[in-house]
Design a protein around this ligand. Structure first.
Ligand SMILES: Cc1ncc(COP(=O)(O)O)c(C=O)c1O
Length: 329
């Protein structure tokens, strides 16, 4: 029984035990990059039961909200999600006894949508992208309308909540730091959506003198590019700069950009090394290559957010009709 996991009856202790398991991510060698001028190691965020590091955030952000007195037993939780955080919140809410409502868009992967439905969370799906702010903007507008109707709901607000990086400080950083071999790392590079895992990891790495870079997607306005659409989910922003990353710009040494096609090429490169990761991991790999080429740093640490299985063969080129299906096309 999930409610009495290993004989622990308190739901918050059950959730914390599961979270400790999710945060215990491996750090593995990915081989040479940039024609042998560099070498990559990655924290494998995709090795949770949900195949996404967002398992950590969903559980952690609810537990910290309880600790801070922001969330009550039985209170409904609402969030905007491209999918993966939604699955994690749906499971955490089920264990903790908080009904979960999620605002998402029609491009949510079918498998992710079905998992959320089976966990019993309620999905609100926007009809399409906002003309300039994309699906992120249409989702947040629907979420705000729902909150006006039912202000008693708790909005976890992953983009702007201090609890987002606090989750990684509390659970991820202590569990992966002993596995990192800090002396080996010349530089680190991470992708950014909200900035949560970038901030948690970069604070620690910079305190050890390791410079930290961002791998972002073309069409992300987070660091000043013109906003534009992408097939990638969870990375970049078209409608805002989340407070989580906006208040931590001092941690960002520089930003390297790659587009959807480069992301897909990165996914295929990783698959050829036996690492089946999602599209944002392709951006992380390409960013690491550009970092080596631009700075001469050799040993690079990155973070792979999720597994390729969540996206079927979208980035693999297994069938022409499934490859790189465009947002809203
Ligand atoms: C697949 C994927 N990659 C990257 C990110 C970005 O992570 P963060 O929000 O910690 O910046 C997310 C966030 O949802 C994601 O789902």
């Amino acid at each position: 029984m999930i409610e009495d996991w290993n004989g622990i009856a308190d739901p918050r202790l059950v959730a914390e035990r599961m979270l400790e398991g999710f945060a215990d991510l491996p750090v593995l060698d990915c081989g040479p990059i940039a024609g042998g001028r560099g070498r990559l190691r990655a924290i494998y965020g995709m090795t949770t039961t949900e195949s996404s590091f967002k398992s950590i955030l969903g559980f952690g952000i609810l537990l910290l909200a309880y600790e801070a007195g922001l969330l009550e037993p039985g209170q409904t939780v609402i969030e905007s999600t491209s999918g993966s955080l939604g699955v994690s919140l749906a499971l955490a809410g089920k264990i903790l006894g908080n009904p979960i409502e999620l605002v998402t868009d029609p491009n949510i992967p079918a498998i992710t949508r079905r998992k959320i439905e089976l966990l019993g969370a309620k999905l609100h799906i926007v009809s399409g992208p906002h003309p300039t702010g994309g699906t992120q903007q249409s989702r947040v507008e629907l979420l705000e309308a729902l909150l006006r109707e039912r202000p008693g709901m708790h909005w976890t607000d992953q983009n702007n909540s201090d609890l987002n990086p606090a989750v990684y400080r509390r659970w991820l950083v202590p569990s992966v730091t002993p596995k990192l071999d800090l002396d080996w790392i010349d530089a680190a590079i991470f992708v950014v959506g909200t900035g949560g895992h970038f901030v948690g990891l970069s604070e620690m790495l910079r305190s050890k003198g390791i410079p930290c870079y961002v791998a972002d997607r073309v069409g992300s306005a987070t660091f000043g590019l013109e906003p534009g659409p992408s097939v990638l989910r969870g990375i970049g922003n078209m409608n805002c700069v989340p407070k989580v990353i906006g208040s931590a710009m001092h941690l960002v040494e520089d930003v390297y950009y790659s587009d959807d096609e480069e992301a897909a090429a990165g996914v295929r490169e990783l698959a050829g090394r036996g690492i089946y990761a999602g599209g944002t991991s392709g951006i992380a790999l390409q960013g690491a290559v550009k970092l080596v080429e631009a700075t001469g740093a050799r040993n690079i640490l990155t973070f792979f957010p999720d597994r390729g299985d969540l996206y079927g063969d979208q980035f693999l080129g297994a069938s022409p009709e499934s490859e790189l299906v465009r947002v809203g096309a």
